[in-house]
Ligand binder design. Structure first.
Ligand code: HEC
Length: 104
């Protein structure tokens, strides 16, 4: 009986773990993932680190949309981001900026 209850707890933890894992939206995979990942640095900064950088900034969304659209360097000292990543459209950039800022 004890083992049975233990098994339940482990299954529950695995479920909770799955619910917390965030996946990149399809737009991000297409236009950004060759340089970005959610929680690790690749060619560009981890998107979680970007969310942390803009935490509490009321202009965060506008700023990110402008940065992603224009490309360039934003103080990470890693390199230069190409405008629109690999060619994302305005509405895709808006969606991705929201997604990035929603990461914790
Ligand atoms: C060719 C590689 C490359 C691609 C593709 C790319 N990025 Fe970047 N990105 C970078 C680099 C490099 C930086 C860091 C620039 C620096 O050193 O400041 C960066 C920085 C950023 C930042 C931080 C901006 C800030 O204000 O701090 C965001 C947000 C971002 N990228 C989003 C995206 C999104 C969304 C896409 C897809 C539409 C994308 N990137 C595609 C290379 C890339």
């Amino acid at each position: 009986m004890k083992a049975f209850i233990g098994g339940f707890a482990v299954a529950g933890m695995m479920l909770a773990g799955n619910a917390m894992a965030v996946d990149m939206p399809a737009e991000g995979k297409t236009y950004c993932s060759m340089c970005h990942a959610i929680d690790k640095k690749k060619v560009g900064p981890a998107w979680k680190d970007v969310a942390a950088k803009y935490k509490g900034n009321p202009d965060a969304e506008k700023t990110l949309i402008a940065h992603i659209t224009k490309g360039g360097s934003f103080g990470w000292n890693i390199g230069v981001m190409p405008p629109r990543g690999m060619g994302a459209k305005d509405e895709q950039i808006a969606l991705l900026a929201k997604f990035i800022l929603g990461l914790k």
